[in-house]
Design a protein around this ligand. Sequence first.
Ligand code: AMP
Ligand code: GLY
Length: 421
Amino acid sequence: MKNIIVVGGGGREHAVIKKLKESPEVGTIYALPGNGGMEGDAVCVNVAATDIDSIVKFAYENKIDYAVVTPDDPLVLGAVDALEAHGVPCFGPRANAAIIEGSKVFSKNLMKKYGIPTARYETFDNEAAALSYLETAPIPTVVKADGLALGKGVIIAETRDEAKAAVVSMMRDKKFGKSGEHIVIEEFLTGPEVSVLSFTDGETVIPMVSSMDHKRALDGDKGLNTGGMGTIAPNPYYTKEIAAVCMETIFLPTIRAMKAEGRPFKGCLYFGLMLTPDGPKVIEYNCRFGDPETQVVLPLLESDLFTIMQATTNGTLAETEVKFSEKAAACVIMASAGYPASYEKGFPMDIPAEVAPYVYVAGAKKDGDRLLTNGGRVLGVTATAEDLKSALALAYSRVERISFANAYYRKDIGKRALEVL
Ligand code: AMP
Ligand code: GLY
């Protein structure tokens, strides 16, 4: 039996932990830091996901056999490099590959160099040059901070003035700190968005079942951008034909490009795609599992997750079975009202026992026997079924049986997808 640490503490990590527990090889799972809602599935250890020294110390002192690093910041900061240096094999890319998410300037230049389809763009490290470019740039346009910005560093500007204000907020006012010292200004693309998570060992890439995120806070795709208010899988826009095109023009070229750059990518590479009238294009790469995409993708995985993860580390993915169910999955995020702006927390939750196995806990803490809300996104309530309509009905029926003060959730997760089917 192998003892494992999972670095991170949200709903995505809870989904990873629950899937890992199905493996006969997995012994104790420690979540660093985890959250109070996953205590039945993992031993939560009070170490921050970005405290790399303490993570390494914990792994060493507790004879950890394998580490799964899921959030972007520890990956970009080199958590995998540090753990490997102390003899702990890991699932996740080293820092020199995690840069594919950590720097948009890097990823855009990579795509340009290797002919991978993406929005046309310019990069800037000088505010005056960026503002001058915007005098004649096509509008709408998209302004992106180079570095990690908690998912907030992308501004879609409908007017020239909005675009200029975005540049000033990033470069002069340093709204995202160092992340905005360099920026990308890119062409505005249109079309349905698809998330494709993939397993890769640096040579072989195996896409997981596709999914669709719902990023806006309110029904009808209105309101502020969030980390994601719900997901469905598979994504009906992503046909077999489109999948084949993506493999040839995007997935394999990206894996080969990273290898050619001396930055082989191992772990989960997330392709954020837009299916434009000119074909599929990359909107963004993430160096990790998506949240809440993982909450619909992993429940459909029929093969052993721990075996697959080890194969990405060992370079044996080509010989490893990765099989997904033909069923559909849905996840509805129950959030604290006011998220992603300001919200209250600390309210007790009532989650009936028969619903609990389908709930991934994102933001909660224990207070004696009670579970209290402790974040913006609180729960990811999921279901799988023969088709999407049934999965959504089941997920919503579970949502309705859960209660906590100030609970908020979108009522239209999967609505657009059902219209396509
Ligand atoms: P990102 O943080 O890169 O995922 O971007 C957030 C969201 O902004 C994406 O999910 C898209 O909906 C949108 N977006 C990013 N880049 C573009 C683009 N070039 N054209 C249109 N929409 C975009
Ligand atoms: N749900 C989008 C992300 O994980 O970045």
